[in-house]
Design a protein around this ligand. Sequence first.
Ligand SMILES: Nc1ncnc2c1ncn2[C@@H]1O[C@H](COP(=O)(O)OP(=O)(O)OP(=O)(O)O)[C@@H](O)[C@H]1O
Ligand SMILES: [Mg+2]
Length: 233
Amino acid sequence: MYFVNWQREISVQEWNGQKVVVKRNKPTKEFHEFLIIYTYSLISVLLANPSAPPTLSEIAKNEGREMRERLSKIGISTPALISISDDSLVEEYVEGGDLYRALVLGGAASLAFEAGRLTGRLHKAGYAFVDNKAQNYLVRGDSVIRTDLGFLQKSSSQYAKSMDIGSFLASVMDLGRYAEIERAFYEGYLSESGSKFNCLSLIVRNVLSAGFSSDSKVMLRNMLLYSISLLDI
Ligand SMILES: Nc1ncnc2c1ncn2[C@@H]1O[C@H](COP(=O)(O)OP(=O)(O)OP(=O)(O)O)[C@@H](O)[C@H]1O
Ligand SMILES: [Mg+2]
């Protein structure tokens, strides 16, 4: 199996009789990371919430063992790391695939509740994923675990939290069952963090949606279902 991805080439291989995922940086990775960092800062300034973006060396360190152990202590599982170097990473293959695909295939909305719970748990611990797309969660049975940790940041700012909520919602905006997924994610988040979503989350969601959605008709319809009940007002 082989996925062509934006930042990395992802392939599934056999290693000592175990199925593993190999993530190899593309030569353009640093340029793409610069673009994400730039967009992150630009949106934060436009929204009058200036925030420091993660640096390139932080991005590389975030995928390592230390961060995975820290997340495990917070109660967030990640695939077992097999090896890591400057240009590639090998981790355990998780059979359920990513959460976006699972939801497209009719997976239970409770999986989105689990993603909301993990997001709330991370925020309570004073961190944010920043890139919190549903494609960055992997499904293991009834629970979800996190991969693609590059942009994780130690921050309790409203903007960093809004990036997590907004990027998750934007990544599922093109699903016909968006309202159900949004509600489940929201309830999972609320159950763990005790907070509702702030207005900034919906602004970030709407800004990112255009870039993330593969079906703009469904995305626009969902955007108009403005979820005022989820807001902390
Ligand atoms: N451990 C794993 N087990 C199973 N599938 C995986 C695993 N890691 C990644 N994948 C699949 O590969 C996809 C891309 O992985 P990942 O997000 O780590 O790469 P990326 O290049 O950083 O992606 P992007 O820049 O698009 O976020 C995931 O959405 C998922 O479908
Ligand atoms: Mg990813």
